[in-house]
Write a protein of this length. Structure first.
Length: 218
């Protein structure tokens, strides 16, 4: 593999180009939208990267909807059944994957209506978010950002994984969230997202990311 250092701004530019081209290809096969996962531990900033892609994609003529996995959590009674800081429960049960598929990924996929729900659950209030549906037109892009998105069979068209070394993950994780570190260790060991994601970004230093590409001696 070849490790190519890249600036944060150029990373956004390159990803925008790739996604815009992929959305064009998807649109030629029918009234399809592009479903993109921006996957990574919170310390890697997947929500921030997805947000940074919105305006550049719109400038390329692509309607965009950003959906955060944290807006598709299960109710607290299910998430905290084994306690508020149980890493196995966080790994297996926190995200409502069925709701994410039903309300976002299937409607945005081939043959879907394009009628997408931006959020399902308000975790702070522990109730339905009461968000309104959004119509994402053909050729649009839905960016789904958050942790632990890959390996569970969710139907994404393009997957971006922000990879952190174990040391960087521990260094950059907020102390209040350190209880979740075993879940990310398990994800890296069991799913190995960097082995199959379409785009892998090494994000140990947010000021100096690097793209992992085939070939070379990296």
């Amino acid at each position: 593999m070849r490790i190519r250092p890249i600036s944060p701004d150029l990373l956004v530019t390159e990803l925008t180009g790739r996604l815009a081209d992929a959305a064009t290809r998807a649109a030629t096969t029918g009234p399809a939208r592009l479903r993109v996962a921006v996957d990574g531990a919170p310390a890697a900033g997947p929500d921030e990267l997805a947000a940074a892609l919105i305006d550049p994609l719109r400038a390329r003529g692509r309607p965009v909807l950003h959906v955060r996995a944290t807006d598709f959590l299960r109710p607290a009674s299910l998430r905290y059944e084994l306690g508020r800081t149980n890493p196995d429960s966080f790994y297996e049960n926190w995200v409502d994957e069925a709701g994410l598929r039903r309300e976002v990924l299937d409607p945005a996929g081939p043959g879907g209506t394009g009628r997408v729900l931006p959020s399902l659950w308000d975790a702070d209030a522990d109730r339905a978010s009461r968000a309104r549906y959004v119509d994402l037109p053909p050729g649009g892009v839905v960016l789904v950002s958050g942790p632990l998105l890959l390996g569970g069979g969710l139907p994404f068209d393009v997957t971006v994984h922000l990879e952190l070394s174990p040391a960087a993950l521990r260094r950059r994780t907020e102390p209040a969230q350190e209880w979740a570190l075993p879940a990310f260790d398990r994800y890296a060991e069991e799913v190995v997202p960097a082995s199959f994601a379409d785009v892998v970004v090494r994000a140990d230093d947010p000021r100096r990311p690097a793209l992992v590409e085939p070939g070379g001696d990296g």
